[in-house]
Design a binder for this molecule. Structure first.
Ligand code: COI
Length: 364
């Protein structure tokens, strides 16, 4: 089934960002957004594209009190020929379904979701940036806005998609790769078994802000979370999944605990490493083994992966007040190769040998 949506164009188009090399992450939003409603008995209805503007929301809306919401993150990329491409949108659709089930949010049909993304990106296609390291971040989200203080699933929801031309989350000033310092969080936890760790929900991030703020006091950009039960095994980084290269094996936390976000970039990294012939394992890795590897010289690389973070190399871990350097503290070869391949595929400068890109047919 294919969907079309009415468009109300803005009468006040915004000025474009003056310098595409200094976009940062989600500092600018485009002229339009997608909005759709869900009501009991009616399902999803009235999808529409409207000017990007503040929402009217009743203060007693349940999302403002009990956080029944979910979101996704994806990007639209500009190729050298002017085409615009998405990256593995089928994976966003699958993850949305799992998150919706966990949050008791009505499922959004995948073809409706994709048509909505395509329609709003088409409307603001001239906002997709071209500078190296940039893309247009797409943030679909759904929230319950029934006026109710019952701790029960809402009877009315809104689905929105907003767009932002951006650089990567931890970008260097030139849009290229740089290493960051990450704080190993040993006091707070992100997600426990049976919780919402695998789902893309605001609460996972809101609950992590105390830890990220504390990390900044140690001059760290973010936190590396440890498992909730024992504070022993590495899990993920504040905004992204984490990979460790030790003795030529690349290790990332397995998904079976249900505490790890199943990142689309994470999955792509695993598949690319296999394709490159690099040994890659989804297995538990103790933070003590990472520290030991830093000390005995076998820790070759650590990097974060995510839609927002892309591939972000880590040069130092700060753990209980002590610094553990990752190799020479510089960008490692595997992280660089993954970044070049992934971002190259996404922007059409490297052949898409995995069949992951999704051209929108929107040439300028
Ligand atoms: C993304 O990578 O799309 C995310 O949602 C991470 C976000 C918390 C910055």
């Amino acid at each position: 089934m294919s969907y079309t949506f009415p468009v109300t164009r803005t009468t006040h188009p915004k000025p474009r960002p003056a310098d595409e090399t200094k976009l940062g992450f989600c500092n600018y939003f485009t002229d339009h957004m997608f909005v759709m409603d869900w009501d009991e008995g009616q399902g999803w209805h009235d999808g529409r594209i409207v000017p990007h503007e503040p929402l009217l929301i009743e203060p007693a809306s349940c999302v403002l009190h009990y956080a029944q919401m979910m979101f996704e993150g994806m990007k639209a990329y500009r190729t050298p020929t002017g085409e615009i491409m998405l990256f593995r949108p089928d994976m966003n659709i699958k993850r949305m379904a799992r998150t919706a089930e966990r949050m008791c949010i009505p499922e959004l049909p995948g073809d409706l979701f994709l048509d909505a993304v395509k329609a709003v990106v088409a409307e603001d296609s001239d906002w997709v940036p071209t500078a190296p390291g940039t893309a247009m971040y797409i943030r679909p989200f759904i929230f319950g806005d029934e006026v109710s203080f019952s701790v029960l699933p809402a009877k009315h929801y809104r689905f929105l998609i907003i767009l932002s031309p951006c650089g990567s989350y931890y970008a260097a000033n030139d849009g290229g790769l740089t290493t960051t310092r990450i704080y190993v969080q040993d006091k707070y936890i992100r997600a426990a078994r049976g919780g919402t760790g695998y789902a893309k929900v605001g609460g996972n991030y809101g609950g992590g802000m105390r830890a990220s703020k504390d990390a900044m006091q140690y001059n760290c950009k973010d936190v590396l979370w440890l498992d909730a039960a024992e504070h022993k095994y590495v899990e993920e980084i504040g905004t992204s999944n984490a990979f460790f290269r030790i003795n030529d094996e690349v290790i990332t936390a397995p998904l079976d605990s249900g505490t790890i976000l199943p990142g689309i970039t994470r999955d792509s990294v695993i598949q690319l490493l296999k394709h490159f012939g690099v040994k890659v394992s989804e297995r538990k890795l103790a933070i003590d083994d990472v520290k030991k590897a830093s000390e005995d010289g076998t820790l070759q690389e650590i990097f974060a992966s995510g839609t927002a973070a892309v591939i972000s190399p880590i040069g130092w871990l700060c753990c209980e007040g002590k610094d553990y350097q990752v190799a020479d503290g510089k960008v490692g070869p595997i992280a660089q190769k993954l970044y070049d391949t992934l971002y190259g595929m996404q922007t059409g400068t490297v052949e898409d040998f995995m069949g992951w890109t999704y051209p929108l047919g929107l040439k300028k």
